[in-house]
Design a protein around this ligand. Structure first.
Ligand code: FES
Length: 121
């Protein structure tokens, strides 16, 4: 992996100390909101668009997990998602996936490793 493809997000420790982090990105020039979080000790990232109505998962509440902490949850209508795959577990959108963004964790720093991704504020 060429270092130039890596875009530093934050330290692993910082990500562990917060329920989630938001980051503006551009993917192939398209501005998008990204979610980054730790789950079972690993970092994950998805475009923060629920496939139901293209709302942010945290649009109604400052939270992206359900009460169990085992599923991502869209606060608009309560659809839930597998945090490791982004697959929707709710009947209307069952099996559809949030758009995953590739990450690398190197020496305690979490990076985006997507081609054509730039960070925006
Ligand atoms: S917009 Fe996410 S569940 Fe409806």
């Amino acid at each position: 992996m060429l270092a130039s493809k890596l875009k530093a997000i934050c330290s692993s420790q910082e990500l562990r100390s917060t329920p989630y982090r938001e980051q503006g990105i551009a993917l192939k020039g398209q501005p998008l909101p990204a979610l980054i979080f730790m789950f079972d000790g690993n970092p994950y990232s998805y475009v923060n668009h629920c496939m139901h109505m293209q709302r942010r998962l945290n649009c109604e509440q400052d939270a992206i997990f359900d009460a169990s902490g085992q599923y991502l949850r869209c606060s608009m209508h309560g659809f839930i998602f597998d945090p490791k795959t982004g697959a929707c577990q709710s009947p209307v959108c069952f099996g559809q996936r949030l758009q995953a963004l590739r990450l690398e964790e190197i020496d305690g720093i979490v990076y985006f490793s997507e081609k054509h991704l730039t960070l925006i504020d």
